[in-house]
Ligand binder design. Structure first.
Ligand SMILES: Cc1cc2nc3c(=O)[nH]c(=O)nc-3n(C[C@H](O)[C@H](O)[C@H](O)COP(=O)(O)OP(=O)(O)OC[C@H]3O[C@@H](n4cnc5c(N)ncnc54)[C@H](O)[C@@H]3O)c2cc1C
Length: 331
């Protein structure tokens, strides 16, 4: 992602949100807290682009204001961040909590990710000697101060994931970002389907937590989340809590390849039937959006292969069901 692309995406969004920014600044100077508006503009202002804006919010007492001009991350250069804590999550996944300097927040825009590589140039290289770089989406919210959490699943035959799992508390990881993905806007769609597999949940989780926390949200989200076994389902308690809190705006369907006895949900790979049953129909046109993130094989089967960093042609089950390229975004 070049600076030009990042600036262009960010500037478009900042332009749309300029009015809101002014309102926030005014309330800082003279009034009480604004009525919980979307945090989206704030995230975009803080998209790691120096000088474009600041970030403001009231603390828990509602009295003081913290100002942060930009993200501590750099979209152009890798910076080393210290691993503060490792919290084991399940049999192959752990949370890696990195320290953000000066108690700053990451201010990542939604949706965006980071890319990581080893801090040691000799440690994680491909067969040509080039550094191996992989994308990850934090599960900590953009406004979380002082830390940034990656939930990383370890692949035994993997490169980056194995490297991250080999880190110890106090070690560093080189991180660059944000890498803007889809610029999510509140209420742009009536229905959103999120189709995820395994650790592909994190970008979908970033969108849905961000969207639902906005009091003016009217969009209905349905997550179709496929995993091998029940023990592989990441963020399940968080997803269940969201479902409880937003029963009319969020639903989740778990699909298991190896279900336990008594499982009543769908099984096997994500099928046309499951999509037909749970995803809003293609004839809703621009009112429906489908986000897809998962292992390359699953993305190809559901929506057609990605072409490297580009979207690639729409294919797979979604195409067969009549969805168009505009209606689908592959992470
Ligand atoms: C936008 C985005 C955000 C992501 N966020 C996270 C995250 O928060 N946490 C996380 O653990 N992973 C995330 N991933 C996946 C991550 O980038 C790596 O692909 C994954 O950690 C495997 O990398 P590796 O170098 O260890 O494995 P590799 O050496 O690349 O491959 C090893 C094995 O991993 C499988 N694999 C490759 N790519 C993926 C993939 N995208 N998903 C699942 N399996 C894959 C391969 O089939 C192979 O079997 C994200 C991917 C994208 C595109």
């Amino acid at each position: 992602m070049s600076t030009a692309m990042l600036l262009s995406a960010t500037t478009r969004q900042v332009g749309r949100t300029q009015l809101f920014r002014t309102a926030v600044r005014r309330s800082y100077a003279t009034e009480a807290a604004p009525k919980k508006p979307s945090n989206l503009p704030l995230y975009f202002m803080g998209a790691g682009v120096a000088g474009l804006g600041g970030y403001f919010y009231l603390n828990s007492t509602g009295k003081s204001v913290i100002t942060q001009e930009k993200s501590p991350l750099d979209p152009e250069n890798f910076k080393d961040f210290k691993l503060k804590k490792i919290v084991p999550y399940n049999h192959n996944t752990s949370e890696f909590i990195f320290e953000l300097p000066n108690n700053e927040a990451s201010l990542l825009p939604v949706a965006s990710c980071l890319v990581v590589k080893s801090s040691d140039p000799e440690a994680l290289k491909d067969e040509k000697g080039k550094p191996i770089i992989r994308p990850y989406t934090p599960i900590s919210p953009p406004e979380k101060t002082g830390e940034l959490t990656l939930l990383v699943k370890k692949y035994d035959n993997g490169n980056a994931s194995k490297h991250i799992h080999g880190l110890k508390e106090g070690d560093t990881l080189a991180i660059k970002g944000p890498i803007p993905k889809f610029p999510y806007k509140v209420n742009e769609f009536e229905e959103v389907a999120l189709i995820g597999g395994g650790s592909g949940i994190t970008p979908l989780y970033q969108i849905v937590t961000h969207a639902l926390s906005n009091a003016s949200n009217r969009t209905k989200f349905t997550l179709l989340f496929s995993n091998v076994t029940e023990a592989d389902i990441l963020l399940k308690s968080e997803l269940e809590a969201l479902k409880k809190k937003y029963p009319t705006k969020f639903d989740v369907v778990y699909i298991l390849d190896k279900p336990p006895a008594g499982w009543t949900g769908p099984t096997g790979y994500i099928s046309k039937e499951v999509l037909r049953q749970h995803v809003a129909p293609a004839n809703l046109n621009e009112k429906v959006k489908v986000f897809v993130c998962g292992p390359p094989g699953q993305v190809a089967a559901v929506a057609g292969k990605k072409a490297g960093m580009k979207q690639g042609e729409l294919g797979g089950i979604l195409k067969e069901l009549g969805y168009t390229e505009d209606q689908v975004y592959k992470f």
